[in-house]
Design a protein around this ligand. Structure first.
Ligand code: UDX
Ligand code: ADP
Length: 512
């Protein structure tokens, strides 16, 4: 039985879209016609659309992508991304009101609302290389929408884009519109991987930006009605287009800044004998600061933080604000410093050479509970160790060997182009072994580097591991996973970021 609340939403949606079906018979048939299409079946598009389909049974949701393997995987029992709770949501809706397809044009043509969630890589060449977002994929999606559309549409920016992208997209759409009315909205996604489904179920806020025209406001209300199926209205914030676009970059920059702040402190803690976890706890107890995102680590990774800050920096520079640009650049610099500091610590501790030494890498994903490796600090750490001729043996419960080999051969920023789905380079790194067990990875190793905070690394049998390693046996914990004292009792020489150093490590200072 449909609840009154759901029915109200549906009526609202139709009214906002301009349907007058609610005053004529056959209402239900019209309502069922409301269609959403999402271009880009990635980490954002897939989970977000699955949750919309689950929460809005009367909306038809199609997720489309040019990548055949991705869509095939979405239609199989082996979804293309690992995300706790996602399987369940997809199983409940797929084939009912949730569809995955490569027929991009058909679904875009039929949709009332088109979400665009395609790649926005950092430019690797030309103007703004290494900073600005490459909008090639966005632009081609916009041109395709303009080409195939036969009815009015709301086009929603979902992937993070530079401020003022909406304006550019609007120009492409309106110049090719054949009289069709397009309303552009910015609806940035704040989900974090590993907790995406919970974040989507209970978002801190949903942000919708649109034009301050009657058409823009109507479009905002339409999208708001979709989210209002399950998000309390007071948590749905509406703004102008540019505020929404900038808020996404700002939120990620603020979060990353906290991590760089605590990581900067970790270096000082090691130098002075303070413990960064105690410092972070004390600092975070101040309610004005709060405890979240203060975990010192080997560095932040993920597809968003670095890319969004680089974007922010570029926008500042373009707007004649070099001091502001420099300020945010420092967040990235400290992150790079933290990764190289870690590598230097490993090499310096092991008598200044890791040449031909086996080093076990536990964890390759950029955080736990995801198989995503985009911008993972593990790439830089492994490349640093390989540069010093180490032999690395990598274990991660969710990342495949192909992915790891590809990551270690790709150039910076290349990961965000769909072209990276092409076969791996034949010159894959030979000093790299990928194994499916932590014990196998550590057998005969001189050292262990823990680079992802997978829960299973907390409960490994470290005595067994120690017994099978070369001596002295080192543990470099980049994620504060291990029980330092227990491991030291076993006999390991242990380094944990920002914690007081072993006498051994003090005698072999790492130079960053
Ligand atoms: C981030 C934002 O949190 C999310 O709102 C946005 O939509 C996308 O970018 P995500 O990258 O998925 O999400 O993960 P997040 O939990 O933010 O972690 C990012 C990186 O920071 C990870 O490498 C994580 O290990 C690291 N991190 C996080 C720390 O090193 N210390 C912390 O205290 C928190
Ligand atoms: P995100 O983390 O933002 O979701 P992903 O890289 O996981 O980013 O997903 C983006 C998806 O967009 C990829 O699967 C890619 O194949 C798809 N894509 C890129 N351009 C287009 C396009 N023009 N039409 C359809 N899909 C596209």
């Amino acid at each position: 039985m449909e609840s009154n609340q759901t029915k109200d939403h549906r009526l609202n949606l139709l009214a906002l879209l301009g349907f007058n079906a609610f005053v004529i018979p056959g209402l239900l048939k019209q309502i069922e016609m409301l269609k959403i299409c999402c271009i880009g079946a990635g980490y954002v598009g897939g989970p977000t659309m699955a949750v919309i389909a689950l929460k809005c049974p009367n909306i038809q949701v199609a997720v489309v992508d040019i990548s055949v393997p991705r869509i095939t995987a979405w239609n199989s029992d082996n979804l293309p991304i690992y995300e706790p709770g996602l399987d369940d949501v997809v199983k409940q809706c797929r084939g009912k009101n949730l569809f995955f397809s490569t027929d991009v044009e058909k679904h875009v043509c039929e949709a009332d609302i088109v979400f665009v969630s395609v790649n926005t890589p950092t430019k690797t060449r030309g103007l703004g290389a290494g900073k600005a977002a490459d909008l090639t994929y966005w632009e081609s999606a916009a041109r395709m929408i303009a080409d195939v559309s036969k009815s009015d549409k709301i086009v929603v920016e979902k992937s993070t884009v530079p401020v003022k992208t909406a304006e550019a997209i609007e120009k492409i759409l309106t110049h090719n519109s054949k009289g069709i009315n397009f309303q552009i909205l910015s609806n940035p996604e704040f989900l974090a991987e590993g907790t995406a489904i919970q974040d989507l179920f209970h978002p801190d806020r949903v942000l919708i930006g649109g034009r301050e025209t009657p058409g823009g406001q109507k479009a905002i209300q339409t999208l708001k009605s979709v989210y209002a199926h399950w998000v309390p209205e007071e948590n749905i914030i509406t703004t102008n287009l540019w505020s929404a676009e900038l808020s996404k970059l700002a939120a990620n920059a603020f979060l990353a800044q906290r991590i760089s702040s605590v990581n900067a402190m970790s270096a000082l803690c090691e130098a002075t004998g303070a413990n960064v976890y105690q410092v972070a706890y004390a600092v975070g107890k101040d309610t004005r600061i709060g405890p979240k995102f203060l975990n010192a680590s080997v560095g932040f990774g993920g597809s968003c933080f670095q890319k969004d800050i680089l974007n922010l920096v570029y926008i500042c520079e373009c707007n004649g604000l070099p001091e502001v640009a420099e300020y945010w650049k420092q967040v990235i610099k400290i992150n790079d410093y933290q990764k190289s500091r870690f590598v230097n610590r490993v090499v310096a501790s092991m008598f200044n050479t890791v040449s031909n030494k086996k080093i076990a890498i536990l964890g390759f994903a950029f955080k736990k509970d995801t198989g995503d490796t985009r911008e993972t600090p593990a790439i830089d750490v492994c490349k640093g160790l390989l540069g010093d001729k180490a032999c690395v043996s990598i274990y991660d419960p969710q990342v495949t060997e192909d992915q790891i080999q590809r990551d270690l051969t790709l150039n910076k920023f290349d990961w965000d182009h769909p072209i990276h789905l092409q076969p791996m380079s034949p010159t894959a790194v030979k000093q790299v072994a990928v194994v499916w067990d932590a014990y196998e990875a550590t057998k005969g190793a001189h050292a262990i580097c823990i680079l992802t905070e997978w829960d299973e690394f907390k409960s490994l049998d470290y005595q067994r591991i120690y017994d099978n390693m070369q001596k002295p046996a080192f543990v470099f914990d980049g994620r504060n996973v291990v029980d330092l004292e227990k491991l030291r009792e076993i006999g390991f020489i242990v380094y944990s970021i920002g914690k007081p150093l072993d006498a051994w490590l003090k005698d072999m200072p790492a130079i960053a």
